[in-house]
Design a protein around this ligand. Structure first.
Ligand code: SAM
Length: 264
C-alpha cells in the first residue's frame, strides 16, 4: 500500500534540481523538429498548488522554489515552464514533472505517465486529460518495459521513485541496464536522494559498474528540510545524457552553492 504523497514535498530543493535538469534536457531534445517519446515511471499527480495545506505544513516549497525562483534567468527552460503553468493555473501552481514536460514538449510528442497510487492517478488523469498523454494505473517499471522501445524511438524516460518500496534501491540498476538494452538510444534519467545513512550509495555504485554510455551524474547538497531529516541532497543519474546538459547544469550549481550547498 503506497502512502507517499508528493504534495507535501512539491517544489522542494530536490524538485528544483530534478525539474531544472529535466526542463533543460527536454528543451534541448525538442529543438530538433522530429517528434519524440517521453515516459515517466513514477508520475505523481502532475500539478500541485503550493497554498495547499499539505505544502504549507512542511514549508518545503517555501524553502525550495519560492526561495530560489528569482535566481533563475527568465529564459531558463525551468523558469519558462513555471511561468507558463502559473499563467494557466494561477500564481501558486507548481508543475510536477508531467505538467513540466507537457509545457516544454510539443503536441506532436508522445507522452506516457504511470502512477500506481489510485488518488494520485485520478488527479494525474484530470490534469493530463486535454494533453493527449497516455496515463497508466500500473507499476511504472512494468509500463516502461511494455512501451519501450517506444514510437517514436527518440526520447527520454524519467524514473522518479519515492523509494518507500525499499527494494527499489536494489532493483533499479538491473532495471536500467535492461531498459537500455531494449532502447539503446533512449535518454534514461533516474532521480535519487542523498541520504545521511548513505542508503543510496550501493545503488549508485552498481549503476557506475554497469558502464552505461554518456552518463551524467549531477548532485547538489542542501540543508535538511527539518532537524534530523535524512535527505541532505539530490542527484540525477542520466544515461545517454543530451549534449551540453553538463554545461546547462552549471547555473544550477551556482544557485545551490549560493544557498550554502555543496554541489557534485
Ligand atoms: N515525478 C513526480 C514529480 O516530479 O512531479 C513525483 C513523483 S513522486 C516522487 C513518486 C510517485 O511514484 C508517487 O506518487 C507514488 O505513488 C508513485 N509510485 C510509487 N511506486 C510506484 C510504482 N512502482 N509504479 C508507479 N508509481 C509508483
Amino acid at each position: 500500500m503506497l502512502s507517499y504523497q508528493h504534495i507535501y514535498h512539491a517544489g522542494n530543493l530536490a524538485d528544483v534540481q530534478k525539474h531544472a535538469l529535466l526542463a533543460c534536457a527536454l528543451a534541448y531534445m525538442a529543438e530538433k523538429p522530429k517528434p519524440l517519446s517521453y515516459l515517466e515511471t513514477h508520475a505523481g499527480r502532475g500539478l500541485y498548488h503550493l497554498d495547499a495545506a499539505e505544502a504549507v505544513k512542511t514549508g518545503e516549497a517555501a524553502a525550495g522554489i519560492e526561495a530560489v525562483v528569482d535566481l533563475f534567468e527568465p529564459d531558463h527552460p525551468y523558469a519558462l515552464a513555471l511561468a507558463d503553468v502559473r499563467a494557466r493555473y494561477g500564481a501558486t501552481a507548481y508543475p510536477g514533472s508531467p505538467a513540466l514536460a507537457q509545457s516544454v514538449l510539443r503536441p506532436s510528442d508522445s507522452l506516457h505517465f504511470a502512477e500506481l497510487h489510485p488518488q494520485e492517478n485520478a488527479a494525474l488523469c484530470e490534469t493530463m486529460f486535454a494533453s493527449g498523454a497516455k496515463t497508466y494505473l500500473q507499476d511504472g517499471f512494468e509500463m516502461a518495459h511494455a512501451v519501450c522501445p517506444p514510437t517514436p524511438r527518440r526520447g527520454m524516460v524519467l524514473i522518479d521513485p519515492s523509494y518507500e518500496i525499499k527494494t527499489d534501491y536494489a532493483t533499479i540498476p538491473s532495471f536500467i541496464a535492461k531498459l537500455h538494452r531494449k532502447w539503446n538510444v533512449g535518454v534514461i534519467a533516474l532521480w535519487y536522494p542523498i541520504l545521511t545513512d548513505m542508503a543510496h550509495a550501493p545503488m549508485l555504485d552498481a549503476l557506475e559498474a554497469r558502464d552505461l554510455p554518456k552518463v551524467l551524474r549531477h548532485e547538489v547538497r542542501f540543508p535538511p528540510a527539518r532537524e534530523g531529516h535524512r535527505m541532505v541532497g539530490s542527484g540525477m543519474f542520466i544515461v545517454n545524457a543530451p549534449f551540453g546538459l553538463d554545461d546547462e547544469s552549471q547555473p544550477l550549481d551556482a544557485i545551490f552553492a549560493g544557498l550554502g550547498a555543496k554541489s557534485r
